[in-house]
Design a protein around this ligand. Structure first.
Ligand code: T1G
Length: 703
């Protein structure tokens, strides 16, 4: 019998329990175990019904992603599903935690499904660049109808147990999964309920069979933001088969579509990203078993855009937070903005109508830093100057309780310098959220020279609790994300002086899959920020300065590199700007040239990668995957391209090094010379992903 699946019998009910931590993934042993137990139970005359449940924290979370790309071992998942579906005895899936992907497909093969109240059910395969490959695209539409099936399969979003019951995905909500499943099985036997095989029931498909626009409209709604992705469109094609193709033929075509995606580049990149995100949460260079400190009370200093957004993130996660400002006015304003944001989300249907009040109830606004005294974690989000930060941290040192974690949300200031004004540098680090903090998932955890290991682990754990994606980074100007962005921005600016225009550069970036190009991004952030910083550093930029001198600060003034009309945020090319650029070049005696899109793409991406190589070499990031996670969750790097370092490995480091050397020479820009690590890996024919590719060991992450 299998070590990962056990069979017990209680008064004629067979309980098949999967016990394969951490998430009961459907590896070969689990598939074999379920099949054997189901066959044994069906053959046992003493067994009248079969319940499939899971031990541990969750029902089956899907196929075992680590098996993908390797030869498939029998039995195939479809065979396991069919065995449950064709059982002559009632089969009941008893769900807790999450039933995802293949896990839900197995449950859909059962005649009945029950779940505990806080369970979630979904087919999120598109997030891995896949589609359900074991009948989910055919059974789910028959369970809940094509519209919801499209949302769940093409959009990849799970539903909760209550919604699942309402939509007919489950038959009951139960207390304990296995006991609830067993009780439900007894009811099915007592009531002699017919065994319902979803494959035989087209009733939920009839409306869309008669009016296909029900299906096509649902697909259009969900694929609005799927630009560049293959999986959502293939998944939609597979779901569409349920409306017009015989079941077994549709299964065959679903399998073909699945295999095509699984062997494609996009899914490989998305599966890489899935594991890179989880690896990034494992802090490199801390002693094994380092435990996080307890964090129950959180205080946030500053109710401005960032502080308010961070407070919203805690409230969204149901964690009470004290929001501290220096004056009543600014506190009231900050709380007002938060409430407005929650209400706007509720108005869009993003959260229930009563959620804004509930979430605001979790936020206590107070004036005065002395209110940090009970906090386990304090996050400072005040004005971005070193003087102000030092003043705040010196005060925190007086009022915060011993052992509290003191974090700064600074986006580039030196954490070691901030920590130096406290007597507890071991408790100080950076938690760099990205704006808008209640939306953006990335949180750079900035490790100071003296930051204690358990403080790092605490910050990572808290970031994950508030549904952020944490990446530990070292201390340098711009940490990881903004430092690489600066390298890209330098090249984008130079391209304007060489002959390109903002709309051409941005079009290349958006065609590559970025949500917006460098100039639209500057307009969003505000050109005045860079202008102020250049003036502080005595640096001039003919074009950007001229725009600011003309009061063109970007979206906030309705004009920047682009113009913005009728309150829209859509960037419109502005002939005045293009004239300004050409005139600036003429003033500087620069001869403009035609620049091809491919050169623009290489000049945007390769310097970004090159800076990433320097960051790896200096130990500012512990792994190339950490850098990729920063770009995926902080800057909208297209998930189907894995991240800048993953992308560079696919392009080939030798090619990138050669192109960088060429541009360094052609544009007389030594900053484009390939970084030593990149040059060495290229020469050795290796990749950034090759083990410990010449990087400093993770033990010496720079600080
Ligand atoms: N396969 C292998 N390992 C997995 C896994 C999976 N499906 N899901 C999670 N893990 C590992 C993960 O790497 C981590 O490992 C640990 O479990 C805890 O995960 C045929 C083809 C279930 C909501 O897409 O969404 O089924 O870091 O840190 O935050 O049609 O994991 O501890 O070594 O994320 O509590 C479809 C993916 C697969 C679900 C739990 N299923 N997983 O979240 O823990 S394709 C999915 C998740 C498929 C079929 C198709 C989440 C979770 P380690 P975690 P968590």
């Amino acid at each position: 019998m299998s070590e990962v699946v056990r069979l017990e019998r209680h008064d004629g009910i067979a309980i098949v329990t999967v016990d394969s931590p951490p998430v009961n993934a459907l590896g070969a042993a689990v598939r074999r175990g379920i099949l054997e137990c189901a066959q044994t139970a069906v053959a046992d005359p003493a067994v009248k019904a079969i319940v499939l449940a899971c031990a541990g924290r969750t029902f089956i979370a899907g196929a075992d992603i680590t098996e993908f790309g390797k030869p498939t071992q029998p039995p195939a998942l479809a065979e396991v599903v069919a065995a449950l579906e064709n059982s002559p005895k009632p089969t009941v899936a008893a769900i807790h935690g999450t039933a995802l992907g293949g896990g839900l497909e197995v449950a859909l093969g059962c005649h009945f499904r029950v779940a505990v109240k806080d369970a979630r059910l979904g087919l999120p395969e598109v997030k891995l660049g896949l589609l359900p490959g074991a009948g989910g695209t055919q059974r789910l539409p028959r369970a809940v109808g094509p519209e919801l099936a499209v949302k769940m399969i093409v959009g990849g979003e799970p539903v909760g147990a209550t919604e699942a019951l309402k939509q007919g995905l489950i038959d009951a909500i139960v207390e304990g999964p296995a006991s609830g499943g067993e009780a439900f099985a007894c009811r099915v036997l007592a009531e002699r309920r017919p065994l319902r095989r979803l494959r035989d029931d087209d009733s939920r498909l009839m409306a869309a069979k008669a009016n296909r626009s029900i299906f096509t409209d649902a697909v259009a709604a969900v694929t609005k933001r799927a630009r560049g992705l293959e999986a959502p469109f293939a998944a939609a094609e597979a779901v569409g088969l349920s409306l017009d193709t015989p079941f077994d033929e549709a299964l065959k075509q679903e399998r073909e579509l699945f295999l095509k995606l699984m062997n494609g580049d996009q899914s490989k990149a998305q599966r890489y990203a899935f594991f890179a995100e989880r690896e990034a949460a494992r802090v490199a260079g801390v002693p094994e078993g380092t435990k996080p400190r307890k964090v129950e009370r959180v205080a946030i200093i500053g109710a401005g855009t960032m502080g308010g957004g961070i407070a919203m993130s805690f409230a969204n996660a149901g964690i009470p937070v004290t929001l501290i400002e220096m004056g009543d006015e600014s506190l009231k304003r900050g709380l007002g903005v938060m409430r407005k944001n929650f209400e706007a989300t509720a108005a869009r249907g993003g959260i229930a109508a009563d959620e804004p009040a509930r979430r605001m109830g979790l936020v206590t606004g107070v004036v005065g830093l002395e209110h940090v005294k009970d906090a386990d974690l304090v996050i400072e989000a005040v004005f971005e100057t070193m003087a102000v930060k030092k003043e705040v941290f010196a005060t925190l040192d007086k009022f915060a309780r011993s052992g509290a974690v003191l974090a700064s949300n600074t986006s580039y200031l030196n954490i070691n310098e901030i920590a130096s004004v406290t007597k507890r540098p071991q408790d100080v680090l950076g938690m760099h959220f990205f704006s808008p903090a209640n939306v953006m998932k990335l949180c750079e955890i900035v490790r100071g020279a003296k930051t204690a290991p358990d403080v790092l682990v605490t910050a990572v754990a808290v970031a994950r609790r508030i549904a952020k994606v944490p990446v530990v980074v070292g201390v340098c100007d711009g940490f990881v994300g903004n430092r690489m962005l600066a390298a890209r921005s330098r090249q984008a600016d130079k391209l304007l002086f060489e002959g390109a225009l903002p709309r051409q550069v941005d079009a290349v970036a958006t065609r590559f899959g970025m949500p917006m190009g460098p100039f639209a991004m500057d307009d969003l952030a505000g050109l005045d920020i860079g202008w102020r910083s250049r003036r502080d550093r005595g640096v001039k930029s003919e074009i950007a300065d001229a725009l600011c001198e003309a009061g063109r600060f970007g979206q906030k003034t309705g004009k920047g590199y682009y113009k913005y009309e009728g309150g829209s945020r859509a960037p419109l090319p502005d002939p005045d700007v293009e004239t300004l650029i050409v005139d600036a070049c003429a003033r500087l005696g620069l001869r403009r040239r035609e620049i091809g899109d491919n050169e623009i793409l290489e000049r945007l991406v390769y310097p970004t990668v090159n800076e990433g190589a320097r960051i790896l070499e200096e130990g500012i990031a512990a792994r190339p995957g950490d850098i990729d996670v920063v770009w995926l969750y902080g800057y909208g790097w297209p998930i189907y391209r894995g991240g800048p370092m993953y992308y560079a490995d696919q392009v080939g480091l030798r090619h990138i090094a050669d192109r960088l050397s060429y541009y360094a020479e052609a544009t007389n820009d030594p900053s484009l010379e390939p970084a030593p690590l990149l040059k060495r890996l290229a020469a050795e024919g290796r990749t950034f992903a090759s083990p410990a590719a010449g990087r400093k060991s993770t033990q010496t992450l720079a600080t």
